[in-house]
Design a protein around this ligand. Structure first.
Ligand code: ADP
Ligand code: MG
Length: 695
């Protein structure tokens, strides 16, 4: 198999378009893609036909509009290309209209009240900027998903709008630095994906994994990750075979799967692709997650994408590497070598700091999910407090700008503007602060709070829009300036002074940071529920509306869906625990107690007065614990019922977070203790040790 031949072979990419489309049509389509404009109907017909012919050659019989509803996963509905001719013949057809727009009964997708059920129709609209592809005999057409009144019912539409916003405002800003050639700015994203692998047979024995994606019970194994022998360790052969298959599947779809390695926790791994334009990176990450699951199945394995499958070892996240590039391919987060490039870099840096500081709440919301709450703030992932890591060199430059002193460095000079210039620094002088939620890594920022299971659209929507807003404000100031150099220097000084509080280079896991962050006035939104409440603050609605990214109702609907989704997840987890504890665990413990008691009796009959300490102590301890468990199950049932009946989902979520979760924890503690006292052959669930080490 030649990798270079299979790579992208199932993608209707630029090469294929150039080869298969008439010159004029190709030109018109690429222009549409580059400028983000809508496509001409006549062009669409030609493209559709070429796409269909190509797809049929690749074995496709169907096509589907592929979209990202607010469930967080993808949705598809397959239609075949067949079209009847007369009574007993068909031809394969696909029109421009079918390519551009699809109708979909949207009533079963969450809309947060956006679309009353009597207006159940939604439509999908082709996103020409994401390539179509063939998989499983179907042509997949990436689309946006909207209601008939035009509200976005998906994650892609606001993402595309946010990409337009940052481009529009960014172009205004870079014009001041003499860049007149650039016509469009794009954000690029590389999302590193963490995941766990478990043997399928063991997985099938755990209702908690099946229903909720994480273990709700489980005493720790004697070995966890304390030896740190798994990180970057050699790959086990089953894992290696799985990864190779996965790579091939992804390469076929044109996804640059580049790096794979073992992660910190036992049976945890990571895949990193090469970065792509944001909308493509989002599509690709969704496909990566889908293929991880599918490919694992083929190998008798299951891929766990949950943020915290196992207590006591690291959970999984995603690192969203983010940068901003001109259509000429220049990365604007590269500090650059000339004074003008330096100044441009500094103003962009200032804009990003301001954006993250002004919209800490939105950054936090964009990664807030029931699953991710087990990580953020735990001693492994970045804390729930949003802060920025820049590295010593940039910190010193910012200090000197704020204080107005000269920046003392052998490598640095002073620019005309009176702004210290940035020496070209090596990438490795930045980063390697693993505890920072948002770290500068030389020519990009790495947003590290994302959960492993989430769609990466929202964090990028927030970043793009918040930075667009900083750009807008800066461009307004500079446009009105009489003396540009003076205005720029003042703007930098003021912005850095005002937003320096968001910079933090120390240990984000420490308690001192929590205290210090509070003194600095930074937000600490501990739980998803705390975070969601801030979503529709007036300043946030204003931000999204001003840049045409989301309307007030679109924000409201997303907030509702977040609360609803959170509530449902906790409810399912509580019910799963109740089911497992009462129907599997208590009966098993009872059986063991019975057998121990019988053994003690038998021993006494055989040798009167013989020691039965082990049996009696075990029976005593387990009897006490199982009684407590029994009562705790009742308590959990009651509080979960109360939550469900609370009415609005924001109220349900509040009870779930503050009342249901703590009782779940208490129930778990009782059951986990029983596990350590019960003989393994009686315990109805595979142990932590089995699940993490037996692959
Ligand atoms: P690091 O050593 O900082 O982890 P890597 O080179 O390993 O950096 O890249 C990590 C991820 O960041 C990869 O997915 C990579 O494609 C992505 N990345 C690199 N440059 C950029 C960029 N300009 N924009 C977005 N992502 C990028
Ligand atoms: Mg990295």
């Amino acid at each position: 198999m030649k990798i270079s031949e299979i790579f992208g072979s199932m993608v209707f990419n630029d090469d294929v378009m150039r080869e298969r489309l008439p010159k004029e049509v190709y030109k018109s389509l690429t222009k549409t893609i580059a400028t983000g404009k809508t496509i001409d109907a006549s062009v669409a017909d030609v493209v559709a036909n070429a796409m269909k012919d190509w797809a049929i050659e690749k074995g496709a019989t169907h096509y589907t509009h592929w979209f990202q509803p607010l469930t967080g996963v993808t949705a598809e509905k397959h239609d075949s290309f067949i079209s009847p001719v007369g009574n007993c013949k068909v031809v394969m057809e696909f029109s421009g209209k079918e390519l551009i727009k699809g109708e979909s009964d949207a009533s079963s997708f969450p809309s947060g009240g956006l679309r009353a059920t009597f207006e159940a129709r939604g439509y999908t609209a082709w996103d020409p900027a994401s390539y179509a592809f063939v998989k499983d005999g179907t042509l997949y057409i990436p689309t946006a998903f909207c209601s008939y009144t035009g509200e976005a019912l998906d994650t892609k539409t606001p993402l595309l709008r946010s990409m337009d916003a940052i481009s529009e405002q960014g172009l205004r800003l870079i014009r001041f630095f003499g860049d007149t050639a650039t016509k469009r700015l794009t954000t690029t994203v590389g999302a590193e994906q963490e995941y766990f692998i478990i043997d399928k047979e063991l997985y099938n024995k755990r209702k908690d994994l099946i229903y909720s994606g994480r273990t709700l019970f489980g005493a720790p194994a004697p070995k966890g990750q304390q030896l740190e022998d798994h990180y970057f360790g050699p790959l086990k052969s089953r894992i290696s075979a799985f990864m190779s298959d996965l790579d091939v599947a992804l390469w076929t779809l044109g996804i640059n799967s580049k790096t794979k390695h073992n992660e910190a926790a036992p049976s945890q791994h990571e895949l990193a692709p090469i970065y792509a334009t944001t909308n493509m990176a989002v599509d690709q990450n969704l496909l990566i997650m889908e293929y991880m699951k599918k490919t694992a199945e083929k190998h008798g394995l299951v891929c766990l994408l949950h943020e915290k499958p196992y207590a006591g070892v690291n959970g999984s996240g995603k690192h969203n590497n983010w940068s901003l590039t001109t259509d000429g391919g220049k990365n604007l987060l590269d500090p650059g070598k000339t004074p003008a490039e330096n100044a441009k870099f500094l103003i962009i840096l200032a804009a990003i700091l301001k954006a993250v500081d002004d919209y800490q709440d939105l950054m936090r919301i964009s990664v807030a999910f029931a699953g991710n709450d087990h990580r953020l703030g735990g001693n492994e992932a970045p804390p729930a407090i949003v802060s920025v890591f820049l590295g010593e060199e940039l910190d010193m430059i910012i200090d000197s700008i704020v204080n107005g002193d000269e920046y003392e460095s052998k490598k640095a000079g002073i620019m005309d503007l009176g702004i210290p210039s940035i020496p070209t620094f090596r990438k490795d002088t930045t980063d390697r602060n693993r505890t920072s939620p948002f770290a500068f890594t030389g020519n990009k920022f790495e947003f590290r709070m994302l959960g492993s299971a989430q769609n990466i659209a929202m964090p990028n929507i927030v970043l793009n829009t918040a930075v667009a807003e900083s750009f807008r404000q800066f461009a307004d100031v500079l446009e009105d300036a009489e003396d540009f150099d003076e205005a720029l220097t003042k703007l930098l000084r003021e912005t850095f002074a005002a937003h320096r509080r968001i910079i933090f280079d120390g240990n984000g896991y420490s308690e001192e940071w929590e205290k210090e962050a509070k003194e600095r006035g930074l937000l600490n939104l501990r739980t998803s529920v705390d975070a969601y409440k801030c979503f529709d603050l007036e300043k946030n609605i204003e931000l999204f509306e001003r840049h045409g990214v989301m309307s007030r109702v679109e924000v409201a609907s997303r907030k509702d869906i977040l609360f609803e989704n959170y509530s449902k997840i906790i409810n399912i987890e509580a019910l799963t625990m109740i089911e497992m504890a009462s129907r599997d665990i208590l009966p098993a413990v009872s059986r063991y107690i019975g057998d121990m008691a019988a053994a003690a009796n038998a021993k006494q009959t055989l040798i009167s007065g013989v020691s039965c300490l082990v049996e009696t102590e075990t029976v005593k301890k387990l009897s006490t614990l199982s009684e407590k468990t029994y009562r705790k199950i009742d308590e959990l049932r009651r509080i979960n019922d109360k939550a469900i009946k609370a009415g609005d989902y924001n109220k349900v979520a509040e009870i779930c977070c503050n009342k249901v979760l703590p009782v779940m924890e208490e129930l778990r503690a009782l059951v986990d203790e029983m596990e350590t006292l019960t003989a393994s052959e009686y315990w109805p669930l595979p142990s932590y040790g089995d699940m993490m080490f037996r692959i």
